[in-house]
Design a protein around this ligand. Sequence first.
Ligand SMILES: Cc1ncc(C[n+]2csc(CCOP(=O)(O)OP(=O)(O)O)c2C)c(N)n1
Ligand SMILES: [Mg+2]
Length: 540
Amino acid sequence: MAERIEGHGGELALAALRAYGVGEMFTLSGGHVFPLYDAAYRSGFPIYDVRHEQSAVFAAEAVAKLQRRPGLAVLTAGPGVTNGISGLTSAYFNASPVLVLGGRAPAFRWGSGSLQEMDHLPLVAPVTKHAETVFGTDDIPRAVSAALTTALTPHRGPVFLDLPLEVVFSVGDADAPEAAPVAPVEADPDEVARAARLIAGASRPVIVAGSDVWGGDAVEALRAAAEALQVPVFTNGMGRGALPPAHPLAFAKARRVALGGADVVVVVGTPLDFRLGFGDFGDAQVVHVVDAPGQRAQHVQPAASPAGDLRLVLTAFADHAGDRADHADWIAHLRAAEDAAKARDAEAMAADTDPIRPARVYGELRKVLAADAITIGDGGDFVSYAGKYLEPAQPGTWLDPGPYGCLGTGLGYAMGARVSHPDRQVCVLMGDGAAGFSLMDVESLVRQNLPAVIVVGNNGIWGLEKHPMRAMYGYDVAADLQPELRYDRVVEALGGAGETVAKAADLGPALERAFAAGVPYLVNVLTDPTDAYPRSSNLA
Ligand SMILES: Cc1ncc(C[n+]2csc(CCOP(=O)(O)OP(=O)(O)O)c2C)c(N)n1
Ligand SMILES: [Mg+2]
């Protein structure tokens, strides 16, 4: 017979959370969720608190992305939950297994006008895989376990539960929760074989691997498939670094040449969205490998689209026994384009201009970042440059906001990253505009002894909006910020440290100081406001 547990709603929830390997909660205080704090406090379960609920959800998402296990945010009823909705939506777009546990006004007097009384479910349902109100204390472990299993089942994503006041404060009992294993879904073997034949028989194949390759623990299988079939690999999102940058099949810069010249484009574990030209690769045939049938593109008709466990599909590709075309000339062609682009990048990253251009910031940063550093991008053009110039050496180290493109992830992601990896470098690359969304959470980092380095590309504008608006209308509005603002002093006032850098020669030493500081440290780099990231359109 299963072991029984007894306790208040917070204790019953925590028992299920622990069973699933959840190791901490991120929260902002609210009376509706006190029993969850009580359970955590009395059993030594870490609580990290923030200054805006969106940071709590972003921190939980960073944990989910980096550790590939559920991240937890506990938000109070009403405004606590609504402040977390951009975070939930980002997690939904990123397939991040996040659980938000919300407080909820008492059920027994629902409709009488309790404080913060609000039905959250219609708001969160469209951006979660599952949203439910738990009406019985005894039912909490079942509901938490089921929600976490749903979050972890491909295609992964966030889930939401709220607990009415009297439900979470009451005492109940239940069977001791155990984590239900997620069984891998096998893709249709015929579809897999067809895809493998297409790739092996192609003259100029290319693989683009995205976040689900990391999330589905399929990095080794990707490498095996690429090596066995000799296919060049590009990556995006959490897939970046899946092949080490020095690997002969790892490419980053020759993307346009590759996607323009390919006859078969294999997209694995990422949607055929705006980042990939909506899946339109000219005459090339498309193979779209997804981790669940619901992820198949509706707007394109791929030549093959195996849906199932990515590790199994990629391993089957690696084991393909049929004929294989020789891709050596194609690979050499791309390598030449890659090397030429790298030489151009190296020049830009060394440029000694006044004012500093963003490329130089990344040139200096590359010299001080360790191979396992966690880099976080939160901003517009400054972060586009980070994507261009930083080459993650390992998978699972690069955190961008993903296709939802929400500004404000910076400090929340930094908190989740520091908690996940206490001994690594954590570096946030932030636009000065983006800084406004979360910089107050430096206070949370300082107070809870969670150091991080924040490099602000301070161009005094919402660059990614100002430049396109000028191009479109000949003028711009609502796109200026105060020039040369001292964001480093904001961090100092909050208990951290920092400095402003205006000359390229001062960047290196400032970054050295930042990583040695052991407290949240902001390097405020005054960058050239006339520098615009070259893009065809930001409305694509
Ligand atoms: C929450 C949110 N609000 C607005 C936007 C639209 N937006 C995208 S990039 C950008 C400009 C960012 O400016 P900054 O962080 O200073 O970076 P820069 O482009 O100047 O390098 C804006 C406003 C968004 N993506 N997310
Ligand atoms: Mg800016």
